[in-house]
Design a protein around this ligand. Structure first.
Ligand SMILES: *Cc1c(COP(=O)(O)O)cnc(C)c1O
Length: 424
């Protein structure tokens, strides 16, 4: 985790500036786009490389009532270290057998269950702890990754979960799924997944499930499909101000502002003759007398080696291009004869409104997606937080959306205990 809250005073080899003001504004923008739904800020993988604790706090300040992580360890770490008000819900979904179910129940996490092995483990943990678990049942509506298959598998899982609920061992707090192609608007699988999700939710509700939240939308669906919002939207990349894909639109189209800026100090500027090979393998040869600038970040810092010869950098007011290979710790740009001082600022990417490239430009240069560019920025690069704000989180009134039935005790679901399959 990288919460180096150092001020950007000392000269740093490289730093990732994290604009928490932009993050808060993005959360507000997303909430306005999905006004009927609660917002989960997805802060897995150290908040896509931005730093989980400061980003989680800023997102909550701006109105996120849920936080989402992949692993239970990430979620437990947030509960322990982020100083969040009690009402903030944290959900995690990537479980493997033998996972920290007891700790998750004690930390009041919402845990995802995709199949019977996980339900059995969480129920055993709830018995051991003596507290009910908050369980969200995940349906595979077509992504083909985690989630329970429709049909008999779903019937069995829903029935067993209702049975455990009537025994007081868990609460079914959510019914949820994940989309495969939301970043390709118009892809036929989106409609098909939404239709199957409605069916699987309706089936569970007919059996007696009364979930607080039903949810399927990630960032691209939140931005482009209001019919996918249901009770909660799970936004990751958009919180960090980055568009999920060029097909969805640019971040500016949605009023989102990139949160991370990656900057480095030029380590050396020198003049070289024409015909000079540059970096390992000599894949760049200077076309004539020129100046080279050494940028002291490399693939160990998350600069993709696939951006060799293509990655853009703003140095001395102009876009330069990675000359030759990206090495582990450094790469070179051809400054075209410009005489810059060592220590000049190199901006690899940022919000894009001061002439600098964006993470999306790097994604294009490296043949990947902007998610991967920001998430892989390494731990050797300190995160420097700007626009941190008040630092105190106002008391959170968790919004209850969806159909919560007060006093619901699951008493009409006793049939779930002996009915393994739907009767229909
Ligand atoms: C990562 C993730 C998200 C967030 O996706 P974005 O495209 O970044 O908004 C939502 N839901 C699940 C299950 C995820 O794994």
């Amino acid at each position: 985790m990288n919460e180096t809250a150092t001020q950007p005073t000392a000269p740093l080899r490289a730093r990732a500036e994290i604009d928490l003001g932009a993050l808060r504004a993005n959360v507000r923008t997303l909430r306005a786009l999905a006004p009927g739904a609660a917002l989960m800020a997805v802060v897995k993988s150290d908040a896509y490389g931005h730093g989980a604790v400061p980003c989680a706090r800023a997102a909550v300040e701006a109105g996120a009532s849920w936080l989402g992580t992949a692993t239970p360890e990430e979620a437990l770490d947030l509960r322990a270290r982020a100083g969040l008000p009690d009402g903030v819900r944290i959900m995690c979904w990537l479980w493997t057998p033998g996972g920290p179910w007891r700790e998750a129940i004690e930390a009041d996490l919402d845990v995802s269950v995709s199949g019977m092995w996980a339900l059995e483990e969480v129920v055993a943990a709830a018995r051991a702890v003596g507290l009910p678990a908050r369980v969200q049942l995940k349906a595979d509506t077509g992504l083909g990754r985690s989630g329970c298959q429709p049909g008999d598998d779903w019937a069995e899982l829903v029935g067993a979960a209702l049975c455990a609920e009537s025994d007081g061992l868990l609460r079914i707090t959510g019914l949820w799924s994940h989309l495969a192609c939301a970043d390709e608007p118009g892809h036929p699988s989106i409609d098909a997944q939404l239709a199957l999700f409605r069916e699987m939710v309706a089936y569970a509700e007919e059996r007696g499930v009364r979930a607080e939240v039903r949810h399927i939308a990630n960032s691209p669906a939140t931005l482009t499909r209001s019919d996918s919002h249901f009770d909660l939207v799970r936004t990751g990349i958009a919180v960090y101000g980055i568009s999920p894909s060029p097909e969805v639109g640019s971040s500016a189209d949605f009023g989102l502002r990139p949160v991370m800026s990656l900057k480095a100090s030029v380590a050396l500027v020198k003049q070289v003759p024409g015909g000079h090979g540059v970096s390992y393998g000599h894949h760049y040869i200077t076309p004539g007398v020129t100046t080279l600038g050494l940028i002291p970040v490399g693939y160990a810092d998350g600069i993709p080696r696939h951006a060799s010869g293509t990655g853009p950098v703003l140095v001395g007011g102009k876009w330069r291009t990675v000359a030759g290979r990206v090495a582990m710790d450094q790469f070179v740009v051809d400054l075209g004869g410009d005489e810059l001082e060592a220590g000049a600022e190199a901006v690899l990417f940022g919000a894009g409104d001061h002439g600098e490239p964006t993470a999306e430009d790097w994604a294009q240069a490296a043949g990947t997606i902007a998610y991967e560019i920001v998430t892989r920025i390494g731990t050797r690069v300190p995160r420097v937080y700007v626009n941190e704000g008040v630092g105190e989180i106002a008391e959170i009134v968790p919004e209850v959306v969806g159909e919560v039935i007060p006093g619901y005790e699951g008493d009409d679901v006793a049939q779930g205990c002996d009915v393994k399959r739907s009767g229909t």
